[in-house]
Write a new protein. Structure first.
Length: 246
């Protein structure tokens, strides 16, 4: 396979990965607290391509890695007293099925057992480490520091944490994060406030993502034509060689 076809095919693969990432971002544009994904591009020197090109250096475009944009979204009033949003860097804590999870989605609820949970039923973490118990149906108040009160009585305080390197977090499910490095211990968040009756909107810029999606589709189409052209040139070269030898 010639170097042009190899490079074009590698570019198509990178664009497919970008399309998948952008499609997921757009699908979660209305998901509270969702953080968009972006990509780092790089060049890869292919040993296989080097061997097939008689020693010619061949660099292929690839997506080196993906990264999460933790920029804060807009805080949108909902009028629901169990909706909470964070202003500033930090995460709510949830008791996940295999360890603590972290989220910016504060759309909470009270379970039939009286435990404050996330929308997926995970108990919301507190500073004391025990579940926050509330009377179902009774109004609750939350201070900017995260203290939860009901009927004037303190029921607990929301655990709001942050990480020295948020890049060490990996996505879990649709709207949670978990620490990928066991050494990345959470710490109490500083300079963050809890807003009751609001949710943080997704930070996906839908118009920008739609434009990028169109551009990547066009790039994919051009690369596909390059692969077709490379195959046609190879076919014609073989035909010319056969004609000369005959």
């Amino acid at each position: 396979m010639d170097s042009m076809t190899v490079a074009a095919a590698s570019g198509m693969r990178a664009r497919l990965e970008s399309l998948e990432m952008l499609a997921n971002n757009l699908a979660n544009a209305a998901t509270a607290g969702y953080k968009s994904d972006r990509e780092f591009y790089s060049l890869y020197v292919s040993e296989e391509a080097l061997a097939s090109n008689q020693g010619e250096l061949s660099t292929l475009p690839v997506i080196q890695s993906q990264w999460t944009d933790f920029t804060q979204g807009t805080l949108t009033p909902t009028g629901n007293s169990l909706d909470f949003a964070l202003s500033g860097p930090g995460f709510f804590v949830a008791d996940g099925p295999s360890g603590p999870l972290y989220t910016r989605n504060g759309g909470f609820r009270v379970s039939p057992a009286g435990v404050l949970t996330t929308g997926d039923g995970y108990a919301v973490g507190s500073l004391s480490g025990t579940p926050i118990r509330l009377e179902p149906g009774a109004p609750a108040e939350v201070s900017p520091e995260g203290t939860v009160r009901q009927a004037g009585q303190v029921m607990g305080q929301l655990a709001v944490v942050n990480f020295a390197q948020p890049a060490g977090l990996g996505k879990f499910g649709k709207n949670y994060f978990r620490a990928l490095d066991a050494q990345a211990a959470p710490r109490p968040a500083q300079g963050v406030e809890v807003h009751q009756g609001k949710l943080e909107s997704s930070n996906v810029a839908a118009p920008e993502s739609a434009v990028r999606l169109i551009n990547i589709l066009r790039q994919f189409e051009m690369l596909q034509k390059a692969v077709t052209l490379g195959g046609e040139m190879g076919r014609r070269a073989i035909e010319e060689v056969a004609r000369v030898n005959s």
